[in-house]
Ligand binder design. Structure first.
Ligand SMILES: [Zn+2]
Length: 273
């Protein structure tokens, strides 16, 4: 069937047919495995469950290297992927942020990506990169189950691979990821898209510069490592994704480390109704 009709069929199915509920037992287990989900209040958990059910209805999971993606695994991934959308009103509209792809590929362990880089002298360098996850612009999301499975524990360190990759997806809605997702009209009381971006970067640029400096001091000068994942120092897009991981899974510690970023992330992820 041509892709268009497939899409149309999916659209009809998702807009007209009722979406099956996530079974209560499986949902409870997902909450229990993830302290940052268990900590949500009951109305928030209800909203997240509805979002996750819609997400599962519209996405396809593919296990790589023979991995069987069970319902429990898919629900774990869906709940964490939907966490950033929790305060964006109507679930179907909120899930529109993820409507540019269908497939989520789950690897049992870390995935090895072959990369090539052309240097300034015109020499091509081939190397491999070990990945816990990857998000492709207008394409699928890849996750390593080994890392997804660890989410309950790694929340202590403020890390979460699912949030990381899906926040890249949000960032990519305005083109190549640059650490600034599309901002809503009136963001932080601004009156133009330009002013909204200026308000965003006025907070993020100094925070990123300061974090990079802290990582460089740790790497080269023996200073203590910062709490936030040092991978965030590789680019502004990664800093945004890494900061969001911590914001969603360990807000208390994140607020101690990056008090200035909390109001900006709240303005984006928890807009006033
Ligand atoms: Zn990343």
């Amino acid at each position: 069937m041509p892709a268009f009709f497939n899409r149309l069929r999916n659209r009809l199915r998702t807009t007209l047919a009722p979406v099956p509920d996530i079974p209560a037992g499986l949902w409870l287990q997902t909450l229990q495995r993830h302290p940052f989900l268990a900590a949500l209040d009951l109305p928030e958990q209800g909203k997240l469950r509805a979002l996750s059910a819609l997400f599962l209805d519209g996405k396809q999971f593919h296990g790589a290297h023979g991995l069987q993606v069970t319902d429990a695994m898919a629900i774990d991934i869906a709940a964490q992927a939907c966490l950033p959308l929790l305060h964006w009103g109507d679930p179907r509209a909120a899930l529109g942020w993820y409507d540019d792809f269908v497939t989520i590929v789950v690897h049992p362990g870390e995935a090895i990506a072959r990369r090539a880089h052309l240097d300034e002298a015109g020499v091509m360098h081939h190397y491999t990169e070990v990945l816990a996850g990857e998000a492709m612009e207008r394409g699928p999301v890849m996750l390593s189950w080994q890392h997804v499975e660890d989410a309950g524990h790694s929340a202590q360190r403020g890390t979460n691979v699912v949030v990381h990759e899906f926040v890249h997806k949000l960032d990519m809605r305005s083109g190549s990821p640059n650490g600034c997702p599309p901002l809503p009209a009136g963001f932080l009381g601004t009156h133009s898209a330009r002013a909204a971006h200026e308000a965003w970067w006025a907070t993020w640029e100094p925070a990123y510069a300061q974090f990079r400096e802290a990582v460089i001091k740790a790497e080269r000068f023996g200073a203590p490592w910062p709490w936030l994942d040092a991978y965030g120092a590789t680019s502004e897009a990664e800093f945004f994704a890494v900061a969001c991981e911590a914001y969603f899974v360990n807000r208390q510690r994140f607020a101690q480390e990056f008090a200035g970023l909390v109001p900006v992330l709240d303005a984006f992820f928890r807009p006033a109704p």
